[in-house]
Write a protein that binds this ligand. Structure first.
Ligand SMILES: NC(=O)c1ccc[n+]([C@@H]2O[C@H](COP(=O)([O-])OP(=O)(O)OC[C@H]3O[C@@H](n4cnc5c(N)ncnc54)[C@H](OP(=O)(O)O)[C@@H]3O)[C@@H](O)[C@H]2O)c1
Length: 336
């Protein structure tokens, strides 16, 4: 079998290695991976910008979906042939987050999914929604679960509320779909008018170009004078102050990303003047993943895939992500 590993940081360091498939031990499952998807984190991991002290070599990518090739002794949750995806934190099964879970993050703290075969504990897998292809299911573990947690875990979006998404990447388009599913109205920002128009075909009610309008909260307040109920904050340092201006009194900001940097001057008084609730989101648990999968099944939701690359094209796929040209998810398809 083949896997791709990172012996040192840098896109040019990604190396294909051949080895024997691993054997599943008691309670473990051997998965034949059919597809992976990329997250912004994977790019930072490979570039050495996520954790300089990360143990190397490391197999990158948190996200993968495939079929059970062999169930080890004592496995009860899965059988050969089941269609599965790995959960981001292998040990966060249910309940609130705990520091101990973070040491089990695939493609970061531990080896990830960019391999033809992986062995995982049966607890670290979920069944994938029946209507999704492996490529579609591979988009779920990080971006979709994060968006689900933002709207249905740390908050409870209701019909008739307003949700603001930022940009048109993986997390944001899942948030658009989940918010719509709940009957909420969604408005969004993007660097591109074309991407805003594409998002409108998915149901975005209104949009503002953050390149043309760096103070985009003004435009949002014109659309929703009292401010929005929920913000899925992926911009980080460069967008948080705008989010505090755009949120309504008593609204919820799900703090997720750092696309525009990690620290900034923040008008902290606005947090109390708005009585805003700001929650740090770190992906989510297996229970959230399973709740989300039920909703995906029921609503026939299809993830938005921008482009599919081959297994050997991981560098090109990450470079494409770095370009920012994508709309939704970037997927790696294995030749199975
Ligand atoms: N905390 C967590 O658990 C968690 C989980 C997943 C992701 N994240 C973080 O969330 C962020 C998004 O991740 P992703 O995987 O969805 O990334 P992605 O798919 O690469 O999406 C990036 C998109 O965000 C938009 N963007 C870039 N800079 C922006 C800015 N200053 N303001 C608003 N939008 C901006 C761009 O969309 P346009 O081209 O439309 O402008 C860009 O295409 C990253 O920082 C990632 O690390 C965190």
């Amino acid at each position: 079998m083949k896997l791709i590993e990172l012996p040192r940081f840098g896109l040019d360091a990604l190396t294909v290695r051949e080895c024997d498939p691993p054997k599943p031990g008691p309670g473990e499952v051997l998965v034949r991976v059919h597809a992976n998807s990329l997250n912004f984190r994977d790019l930072r991991v490979v570039q050495g910008l996520y954790d300089r002290k990360m143990h190397l070599p490391r197999i990158p990518l948190s996200d993968g979906a495939g079929e059970v090739a062999e169930a080890g002794p004592g496995v009860t949750r899965f059988k050969t042939g089941d269609r599965v995806a790995a959960i981001f934190f292998q040990t966060w099964l249910t309940g609130p987050p705990h520091a101990g879970y973070f040491a089990s993050a695939l493609g970061g703290a531990i080896d990830g999914m960019l391999s033809e075969y992986v062995v995982l504990h049966e607890d670290g897998l979920v069944h994938i929604p029946g209507r999704l292809t492996y490529e579609e299911a591979a988009t779920l573990p990080c971006a979709a679960v994060t968006a689900w947690n933002a709207l249905h875990g740390s908050a409870h979006v209701k019909a008739g509320e307003t949700v603001l998404i930022q940009g048109t990447g993986g997390v944001s388009l899942f948030a658009l779909q989940f918010a719509q599913m709940a009957g909420a109205q969604v408005i969004g920002t993007s660097s591109s008018d074309d991407k805003l128009a594409r998002a409108q075909t998915l149901g975005l009610a209104n949009g503002v170009n953050y390149r043309q309008h760096p103070d985009w909260s003004r435009a949002v307040k014109q659309m929703v004078p009292d401010g929005v109920d929920h913000i899925v904050e992926v911009g980080g340092a460069g967008t948080f102050a705008q989010s505090l201006r755009a949120i309504r009194v008593g609204g919820h900001i799900a703090m997720i990303g750092i696309l525009s940097g990690v620290s900034a001057d923040i008008p902290t008084a606005l947090i109390l003047q708005k009585a805003a609730r700001v929650t740090g989101i770190y992906v989510g648990s297996r229970a959230m993943f399973e709740d989300m999968n039920r909703a995906i099944d029921l609503h026939h939701l299809k993830p938005v895939i921008d482009r599919v690359f081959g297994f050997g094209e991981i560098r090109e796929a990450l470079e494409y992500m770095e370009s920012g040209a994508h709309f939704g998810k970037i997927v790696i398809r294995h030749a199975v």
